[in-house]
Design a protein around this ligand. Structure first.
Ligand code: MUC
Ligand code: MG
Length: 384
């Protein structure tokens, strides 16, 4: 019997993979109605950089980079400069499916994690838009929604407790990360107690020190907070205090989360092997989608829990966290830090984000499933 040779479709037609013809950086500025203060710094304004990758098919992939000089050494001006001067010229002409090639070329420059992450996520968005599929599905599509956790910044105990109660009543949020460190341990303990008393036993509470205590102060705080019932603790002391950190982690009764001490997947492996952490915060603003997948797989392989962290993301960054967090089984298990965009004065997206009964649902639609409002971009952008 004659069997006709199988004609394979042209893979470029299947993937509709355009080439990168432009990488645009759009610095913008939107103030926060309420500043977020924490041990390593504070945020009064979103001075982020919108990154747009334009393909030869006319598709525009979007993402954004938040400058966090006290965490990664980047500023708004440095993010624009590194992309315009080094990253864009290095990747122009590549296919949007050449993500690993893009990653390798960007890796020739050290650091600059949020600039690299924004390029990676904009490529995924461009791919999804090109083939009419959501990035959430391309990444794995595990769950369609995530429970929301809110970060509570520094303030007086009664003010922090009132904010938590308000968020639970208004939006059903029942998981909270409380910022601690670099101030008297007693004050932070009083804040945690006030929040627990105001919310009752059912709420999830955990703390993040942003390296603001010594190992000994952290150990004292953990003991004082025993009856508050924390689910985990994060970056209480610097990972560079190698033996102090290992000593602290070994006695922590709950998972000890590595956040800013693991800017790369390799840093996570090093910390887990060194006994410097027993859980991981995954921030798409820091590791994009491609390296967040690597971090997730490392966490799964080591058997440690992972929480979707918040780089004090604006709306577009929040969508990236949501899309990624819901796409993976491991990250879907924990409440994700998605809600601090609520304190921003305005929004660049054309549709508002919604938190209902304490959950956020992944947007439908190709790519990230959201679009920018051009008038808002025009109003808040800092360059013509
Ligand atoms: C967090 O989880 O630490 C504060 C500093 C930073 O880099 O991220 C935020 C939130
Ligand atoms: Mg943190």
């Amino acid at each position: 019997m004659h069997v006709a040779p199988q004609v394979l479709p042209d893979s470029s037609a299947l993937c509709a993979a355009g080439r990168i013809v432009a990488v645009r950086t759009v610095p913008y500025r939107i103030p926060y109605r309420k500043a977020l203060r924490f041990a390593s710094g504070s945020i009064e304004v979103a001075d982020n950089v919108l990154v747009e990758i334009v393909t030869s098919d006319g598709v525009v992939g979007i993402a954004e980079a938040p400058p966090r000089p006290y965490t990664y050494g980047e500023t708004q001006a440095s993010i624009v400069a590194i992309i315009d001067q080094l990253f864009a010229p290095a990747i122009l002409g590549l296919s949007i499916l050449d993500r690993e090639q893009v990653r390798a070329r960007l890796a020739r420059t050290v650091g600059n994690p949020t600039a690299k992450a924004a390029i990676d996520m904009a490529l995924w968005d461009a791919w999804g838009k090109s083939i009419g599929t959501s990035v959430h599905k391309l990444l794995g599509g595990f769950a369609d929604r995530l429970q929301v956790s809110h970060m509570l910044g520094f303030d007086h105990p009664d003010v922090v407790a009132a904010e938590a109660v308000h968020l639970r009543e208004a939006l059903g949020i029942s998981s909270f990360k409380i910022k601690v460190g670099r101030r008297p341990v007693q004050l932070d303990v009083a804040v945690c107690r006030a929040v627990r008393e105001a919310l009752g036993a059912d709420a999830e509470l955990y703390i993040d020190g942003n390296r603001g205590w010594t190992a000994a102060e952290s150990a004292r705080a953990i003991r004082m907070l025993e009856d508050v019932g924390l689910s985990r603790v994060e970056e209480l002391c610097p990972a560079d205090d190698v033996l102090g950190r290992r000593w602290l982690v070994s006695q922590s009764p709950v998972p000890f989360v590595a956040d800013e001490s693991i800017p790369t997947p390799a840093d996570l492996v090093r910390e887990l092997l060194a006994g410097a952490a027993t859980a991981v915060s995954i921030k798409t603003a820091r590791t994009g989608f491609s390296d967040s997948l690597r971090v997730t797989h490392i966490a799964e392989a080591f058997g440690v829990e992972a929480v979707i962290g918040n780089q004090i993301d604006a709306h577009l960054g929040t969508v990236c966290s949501l899309v990624f967090g819901a796409s993976q089984e491991l990250t879907s298990r924990s409440a994700a830090e998605l809600s601090n965009y609520l304190d921003l004065d305005d929004d660049l997206l054309s549709e508002p984000l919604v938190i209902e009964d304490g959950y956020m649902t992944v947007p439908d639609g190709p790519g990230l499933g959201v679009s920018l409002d051009p008038q808002k971009v025009a109003r808040y952008r800092l360059t013509p």
